[in-house]
Design a protein around this ligand. Sequence first.
Ligand SMILES: C[S@@+](CC[C@H](N)C(=O)[O-])C[C@H]1O[C@@H](n2cnc3c(N)ncnc32)[C@H](O)[C@@H]1O
Length: 405
Amino acid sequence: MAYKVLFTTSRGIEDIVVQELNSLNIEVKPKFLGLDGWVWGFVNEPLTLARVCYQARTIYRGLLVLAEGEVRRTQEGLQDIYDIVKSVDWTEWMTPEATFCVRSNRSGRHHYQSPDIERTSGQAVIDKILELKGHKQKVKLANPDVLVRVDVTGERCVVGIDFVGEEAMQRRAYRVYDHPAAINAVLAAAMVLASEWKPEEQMVDPMCGSGTILIEAALIARKVAGGFFRKDNFAFRSLPFFSGLNFDDLMLEWDTRANWSVNAKLFGSDISPKYIAGAKLNSERALVSDTIDWQILDAFELPKIFAKGSVQCIVVNPPFGVRSGSIARAKEAHRVLIQVAEDVLSEDGRLIVITHHPEWLEMLTPVADLIISKRHHVLHGDLPAEILVIKRKSSSSQSMEVHVS
Ligand SMILES: C[S@@+](CC[C@H](N)C(=O)[O-])C[C@H]1O[C@@H](n2cnc3c(N)ncnc32)[C@H](O)[C@@H]1O
């Protein structure tokens, strides 16, 4: 039997998620009905979804989809949601002793809020089970056995069982030092994948802050599961239909994909000694400090460390100058990045930048004989940003910009 599954992620990186999930042997399609941040697919058994939620690095959540439908944006939409949730035979997924709770993400304009959706959906689950089995299913708001998710995007409602849990996958447990402008780790992993980097190639992050991008790169090179440092923190562990399975043993089996002896060529630097100390701490927690060289350095000095043409990938999250620092300094940081990229990148080199100011790079790249070859429109926190893939013009057969959203 095929089960429909839905993966949620950041908007704008759906194609990268598809690429990662295909490499984990699951067939998925970009965008669910054209909706941003939704990637859907099919699995033959729910355990495959558990494995993929454990292994993937570019998803927020994975849902086993049980029902879907159109809902009105007016107050009557709550009745539509009630009907969709009640159409599911919940007794297949919950034993009488199991506790449950409903969580909802809503996006778009509606005459109701997420707590209204949660309340209405919870009642629909209780009413359905009462009708079918005559008992009242218990609700538990913290750590329930079954986490039901009812997400509403525009007029689309998806009902499913959340396999990840309250804490989405972008919260990496290795991040013990918190940089004030740290990048979302899912976006960091997506940038590494967008660079098409191989561990034997030199990757540099010259404004590395707490090191998220390079730590993700090291973990990707070693094929370490996204959930490796949060093994106990997965909602699928308490699902009644998995009762009797030993997830500690299964995770060990899923971890056989990893190769901790891979040595990657990773160099991270930042102008701030405090941030480099934080990056070291995080990389130690992530068990990858042996393969990353951290240094305190002003980015413009990078050519003193790397000879002309010796770097294949620069992957970087420069300051935006919006919440802290100044716009002038952020603009200068973007200028320095292009200058060092021109200097140290190899002929087939790639510069991957996440920025809130793509217009600065649009102006700077042609002067440096670089070209923006791909763009991903994402959100960095709540700020619109773009991940730009920049290459040398000479290495690019097409000299036209490609736009991807
Ligand atoms: C947005 S933060 C990077 C955050 C990082 N991606 C993380 O996840 O922690 C930008 C970083 O650029 C650094 N920076 C700014 N100008 C720099 C320069 N000229 N040379 C080196 N680092 C610089 C700042 O100290 C800051 O840590």
